[in-house]
Write a protein that binds this ligand. Structure first.
Ligand code: ATP
Length: 143
């Protein structure tokens, strides 16, 4: 097991022991198990998957930093929500808003901000989908 802390400016979102973590970094997805080499990396908007035994939890992280030390993993996130807390309509509205602004092409200094908002909304929608698919699989009768 490896200890995981996920912190935002507002709260501690996760403080638990897990078997493994998969995080979305600027260099792609990274899987972390107990004994991983020390690491500091930058997260991009995406999913954080926690596995413990047969259980999996999905979180959307909007960016931040991930640090692995011999004591565990620390994620400092700009924002982070468990899949089941994601307001899908809000994320869809944020995605539409960002897409419309980018399509209108009236942006100059703001473009990176709007693109970041678009990536956050896409990450939230993907994590909400992962959760929906998982719960759907669970309720299907055995073949
Ligand atoms: P919006 O434009 O809808 O506010 P945003 O990407 O600008 O989205 P953030 O600045 O990343 O929002 O987050 C602000 C706060 O709102 C954070 O606490 C974050 O966890 C929460 N949040 C943002 N979008 C959602 C969502 N779709 N569902 C649940 N919580 C959300």
């Amino acid at each position: 097991m490896i200890h995981l802390e996920v912190l935002t400016a507002e709260s501690s979102v996760v403080s638990t022991d897990v078997d493994s973590v998969v995080a979305t970094t600027v260099d792609g997805q990274v899987g972390i198990l107990h004994g991983h080499v020390p690491l500091v990396t930058v997260l991009q908007p995406g999913e954080l998957v926690l596995r413990t035994g047969e259980r999996e939890a999905y979180l959307a992280v909007s960016g931040g930093f991930l640090r692995v030390t011999p004591r565990g993993i620390i994620v400092l996130a700009d924002a982070c929500e468990y899949a089941e807390e994601i307001d899908v309509e809000r994320a869809e509205a944020a995605k539409r808003r960002a897409e419309q602004l980018l399509e209108a092409g009236a942006l100059e200094t703001d473009e990176a901000t709007v693109e970041a908002a678009l990536r956050r909304s896409i990450a939230r929608l993907r994590v909400a989908d992962m959760y929906r698919l998982k719960t759907r699989r669970r309720v299907l009768p055995a073949p």
